[in-house]
Design a protein. Structure first.
Length: 428
């Protein structure tokens, strides 16, 4: 471990502690929900830009709409970007070292329909936690990234290489538009760390992901309250769920040869939603004529994702041909987000992995866990499509994409300290 590094970075981060906590609370209290095709990230980006200005860090807020006409094949066609702004900042190095990019996203998912025990935008502090939508995914990580630049500027430290910061839009719902805009506008870097919530573990790999709606339309609503047969897909959809279950069991037998080899279920298949009518009092009692199953598939970094998806679809077609109901009422295959997300994997002995492990060990005073992420994110884009070695390291928390989300504020500070140590070490 690097002697004295932990104590030194704590000295640099500690004076910012109260300001960082206030920033995180204000960001959580600022609605930055993205709901395709749109997103409301800019107000929170403006809060962050003011914070940077107060701490002497120059930053640029820019619109991402230019990617819609960029011709870049990675841009999703089902999104709108006008008015959705990325925030970029950097501390210039002397030019003698390697650059490090600190990436994070400002958008959150919607709060959902389940009841929260406190407002999703409370930003309430208690028991060492900051509560609210996006606290863990991933405004806590964004604050940790920002702390690194503020600490460097406050201490008057000019690193050997550039330290780059970006808070991007459109990461949720598999968008990636903010990260694409950042790469097209700001160029490359020698390495990248994304401060997604990792429980202070180092994630050197991420999974791919694909969400599809399986929709069955059957019957005629005019047949209800008549002498005609009332046809409904609600019962038949149970057999479709059986197909999903068999698919999940087949996928579970797959063994990873890389970062996911210790995972008991390295490629989960999950049913996210089933709908065949509503249960609310505003919904009349009636037999549904449409049923939908939303299924989420995940993939190993080493898999040929497009070929696997084609195989799953082909298997569904064969299942449908063997079922009389689905012969008459075909199952529609409707991808939710468009194309899939792709995973990535950084070698265990890559210089960035070693640098992060040494830095985390020095700050946390223990050997860090180096493993793989249980989710996809923008790492696949940055690493695979833009050629920047990427890993994830971020704070502890819970409730991402669910009610009562929170982040442990002490872990946000530890994340900032580790990232600062890594930046100084990586930059030489």
């Amino acid at each position: 471990m690097m002697d004295g590094v932990g104590a030194e970075v704590r000295k640099l981060i500690r004076p910012l502690q109260a300001d960082l906590k206030r920033l995180l609370q204000e960001l959580v209290r600022t609605n930055s929900v993205a709901s395709p095709p749109d997103g409301n990230e800019t107000p929170a980006q403006q809060v962050l830009q003011v914070f940077f200005r107060e701490h002497g860090v120059k930053s640029v807020l820019y619109d991402t709409a230019f990617i819609e006409k960029s011709g870049n094949a990675l841009v999703r066609k089902n999104r709108r970007y006008r008015g959705r702004k990325n925030l970029h900042a950097h501390v210039s190095g002397t030019g003698r070292g390697k650059s490090l990019l600190l990436n994070g996203h400002m958008d959150t998912v919607p709060p959902g329909v389940s009841a929260w025990s406190r407002s999703p935008w409370s930003g309430q502090s208690g028991d060492g936690r900051i509560h609210g939508l996006g606290a863990f995914d991933m405004k806590g990580g964004v604050v940790a990234n920002a702390a690194v630049l503020c600490a460097l500027v406050r201490a008057g430290i000019r690193p050997s290489g550039d330290v780059l910061f970006e808070s991007v839009v459109d990461e949720e719902w598999g968008g990636g538009g903010g990260t694409i805009a950042a790469r097209l506008r700001s160029g490359s870097a020698d390495a990248c760390v994304i401060s997604e919530g990792t429980q202070l573990e180092i994630y050197r790999a991420t999974r791919g992901g694909f969400t599809v709606d399986l929709i069955v339309d059957a019957g005629d609503t005019s047949g209800y309250f008549s002498k005609s047969e009332v046809v409904s897909p609600a019962i038949a959809i149970g057999r479709l769920l059986g197909w999903v279950d068999r698919c999940a069991k087949r996928r579970a037998r797959l063994k990873s040869t890389g970062a996911y080899k210790t995972f008991s279920d390295p490629v989960p298949v999950q049913v996210l939603a089933i709908e065949a009518n509503g249960l609310g009092r505003e919904i009349p009692l009636s037999v549904p004529s449409r049923a939908t199953v939303r299924v989420y598939f995940q993939f190993l970094p080493e898999e040929d994702v497009d070929t696997v998806i084609d195989g799953i679809h082909a298997d569904l077609v064969e299942f449908s041909k063997a079922d009389k109901f689905f012969q008459k009422y075909p199952i529609q295959w409707v991808p939710l987000l468009g194309g899939p997300l792709y995973g990535h994997e950084l070698a265990l002995d890559h210089p960035l992995t070693r640098c992060m492990a040494e830095s985390a060990g020095a700050v946390l005073q223990r050997k860090p866990v180096v493993t793989a992420a249980p989710y996809p994110c923008d790492a696949g884009l940055i690493h695979r499509d833009f050629g920047i070695p990427t890993l994830l390291f971020g704070p502890c928390g819970a409730g991402a994409h669910n009610v009562d989300e929170y982040v442990e504020f002490g872990s946000v500070l530890r994340t900032a300290e580790v990232l600062l140590a890594a930046a100084l070490t990586w930059n030489g």
